[in-house]
Design a protein around this ligand. Structure first.
Ligand SMILES: C[S@@+](CC[C@H](N)C(=O)[O-])C[C@H]1O[C@@H](n2cnc3c(N)ncnc32)[C@H](O)[C@@H]1O
Length: 285
């Protein structure tokens, strides 16, 4: 494999909805979203802004063209189960719609969620984007920290994957780092040496508390997880977008693999960490 030249990174400091609305439609091959989890009610003002944007988006062709009527009914039904989710979705939905607008025709959207949101989000995104555009549910399993004795300890995240065009999306499993066979004795020495292709369940440590990767940002995701995503769903020279960039994991990985990246975060601490982590990045705002 030849090494690609390092990609360029642009960091935007600001609310991702307004930054995204100024970016060019269809210009990103890969979009990764790792929104904050639904820990409570969003601020009234933020919700109002999100709802206004939702109404605006609802008048666009996306909702009418796909499953508009079913979507409204579903959203109403889910609201009756958990009104906290309704607040969360009010925040996320307009951002998902923007991400979908920015996705290239051969592009892929990865949405990183926890077990509390994943199932609501799956149903709603199926309705929003079209069930036939759902590609995968990735499970990232880790084993770290305290373990409940009252239920099975929850040690995984869920990443839902959607493609813009189910007949024309980019996916190259040959480029993905392989992993060791669980029972190497059962395959040929050649196969064991090459390793196996990862499945949709990824065992991977959290970011080690000490070591090169650690930035100190509390929700930082491991580079190994993002590396697989970038390797499979984009080519060198493609553009990658992360609207909830945090410590900039997506940008650090994408640039090292020769992709250009656009990163957005509203938190000044995230911007400071990204500046340090990706010193050649251009920072806007
Ligand atoms: C779960 S963290 C992302 C962590 C990141 N994947 C990493 O590896 O470091 C979510 C991020 O979204 C940012 N965020 C939340 N709401 C935002 C908004 N409306 N606009 C831009 N950034 C936002 C937060 O500041 C936080 O850094």
């Amino acid at each position: 494999m030849t090494e690609a030249a390092r990609g360029a990174v642009t960091i935007h400091h600001g609310d991702n909805l307004s930054v995204a609305s100024a970016l060019e439609a269809g210009s990103f091959t890969l979009i990764y979203l790792d929104p904050p989890f639904n820990t409570g009610r969003v601020q009234g003002k933020a919700l109002e802004t999100a709802r206004t944007a939702t109404v605006a988006a609802a008048s666009g062709s996306l909702r009418r063209g796909f499953h508009g009527r079913e979507y409204e009914r579903l959203r109403g039904d889910l609201r009756t189960y958990d009104d906290r989710f309704d607040d969360y979705w009010g925040f996320l939905e307009p951002r998902l719609l923007e991400a979908w607008r920015l996705l290239a025709d051969d592009g892929t959207l990865y949405v990183h969620l926890d077990y509390r949101e994943a199932h609501y989000a799956k149903v709603l995104m199926d309705a929003l984007f079209g069930r036939e555009r759902f590609l995968n549910e990735l499970i990232w399993a880790y084993d770290y920290g305290a373990k409940s004795r009252r239920r099975w300890p929850t040690k995984h995240d869920t990443i839902l994957v959607y493609v813009k065009d189910p007949d024309g999306y980019w996916f190259d499993s040959e480029q993905v780092d392989r992993e060791p066979y669980m029972a190497p004795g059962l395959v040929t020495a050649e196969k064991a040496a090459r390793g196996k292709l990862p499945t949709d369940v990824w065992w991977h440590t959290i970011v080690p508390t000490t070591g090169r990767e650690k930035t100190g940002y509390p929700t930082q995701k491991p580079e190994g997880i993002l590396r697989r995503i970038v390797q499979a769903s984009s080519r060198p020279g493609d553009r990658v977008l992360d609207l909830f960039a945090g410590s900039g994991t997506t940008g650090a990985v994408a640039a090292a693999l020769g992709r250009d990246a656009v990163l957005v975060d509203a938190n000044p601490e995230a911007i400071a960490i990204m500046r340090e982590r990706i010193p050649d990045a251009v920072v806007i705002g």
